[in-house]
Design a protein around this ligand. Structure first.
Ligand SMILES: Nc1ncnc2c1ncn2[C@@H]1O[C@H](COP(=O)(O)OP(=O)(O)OP(=O)(O)O)[C@@H](O)[C@H]1O
Ligand SMILES: [Mg+2]
Length: 277
């Protein structure tokens, strides 16, 4: 340490070094915890309510139906919905080495902040650093085992939680969700720019809520405009009202839409791998 520094400056410098060490160790612990996962895919959009959770859950189940080993991680700390979408009753169990082992449902391993809420209506109001710590803790302490795919359901917005995930995880890429409405397209563009700024790949765009009411086509136009793959469109359907299980298990039409998207995601991942050499 620089001998010219006064004691206060020295203490500050020591604290900075300590914090950098901690960050480094945290990142290494996360990398270790996720080392047996082949592909990590985020599902994201800046706009709320466009179908991120629906898509993350059904995509995960579709990939599992195709024979892959799959996990889903819900990092929506404020409103964790994956547990409800998958109708999960079991809690994670704690292993001998004090890691959390996620329960499995419909062939998919699940970890969510929802497991740790007292009741479903409880509001979780946390400030940025707490969200950051909770996500990091989560990432370090889940024992996923070997997985072909980990699908990550993100909350909307461009603030703490998405940022933490983009920085903490070496994601293979994002599936960006948009809807036929013009406002969603602007938000999706913003999300894509944020992802690109953080040097993460975009695997492609999904257009949700297509059909008579909102129209269709803007997702494909956005993909063209941003030089991205268009992964497919999902029609607005009453099948989603049956919440007893993920809709791909209730409707063959929806399953077909998702298998098409899953194939696009897989080829997007192949492209990413080829580009990385
Ligand atoms: N294609 C569709 N047809 C009909 N209903 C749908 C469709 N996609 C999603 N929904 C319904 O829309 C609602 C919002 O979807 P979802 O919760 O997946 O959005 P979200 O983007 O995750 O929201 P949030 O930003 O709050 O996390 C849900 O009730 C879901 O069942
Ligand atoms: Mg959601």
């Amino acid at each position: 340490m620089n001998p010219q520094m006064n004691p206060q400056q020295q203490a500050q410098a020591r604290a900075r070094i300590e914090s950098m060490k901690q960050q480094f160790e945290q990142k290494r612990a996360i990398t270790d915890a996720l080392s047996d996962i082949k592909h990590k895919i985020g599902v994201y959009s800046g706009k709320g309510g466009v179908g991120k959770t629906t898509i993350a859950v059904n995509l995960a189940v579709s990939l599992a139906m195709d024979g892959a080993s799959v996990g889903i991680l819900d990092v929506d700390i404020d409103c964790p919905n994956v547990v409800r979408a998958l109708k999960i009753a079991e809690q994670p169990v704690v292993s001998e080495d004090r890691q959390m082992v996620p329960p499995e449902r419909f062939g998919v391993k699940v970890m969510s902040m929802g497991f740790f809420q007292q009741n479903e209506e409880e509001a979780i109001i946390w400030r940025g650093p707490m969200v950051h710590n909770a996500i990091n803790q989560f990432l370090q302490s889940t024992e996923w085992g070997e997985l072909d795919y980990l699908v990550i359901d993100l909350p909307p917005g461009t603030s703490d939680a998405p940022l933490t995930i983009m920085q903490a995880l070496d994601l293979d890429g994002f599936v960006v969700v948009t809807t036929p409405q013009e406002l969603a397209q602007i938000d999706a563009k913003r999300s894509i720019n944020m992802i690109r700024k953080l040097n993460v790949n975009v695997l492609g765009i999904v257009e949700n809520f297509c059909g008579e009411i909102f129209g269709e086509g803007s997702g494909e136009a956005l993909a063209e405009d941003m030089d991205l793959n268009f992964l497919g469109r999902l029609r607005m359907k009453t099948d989603y009202l049956d919440t007893s299980k993920p809709t791909v298990l209730n409707s063959n039409t929806v399953l077909e839409e998702f298998l098409h998207i899953a194939a696009g995601v897989r080829s997007g991942l192949d492209n990413v791998e080829q580009e990385a050499g």
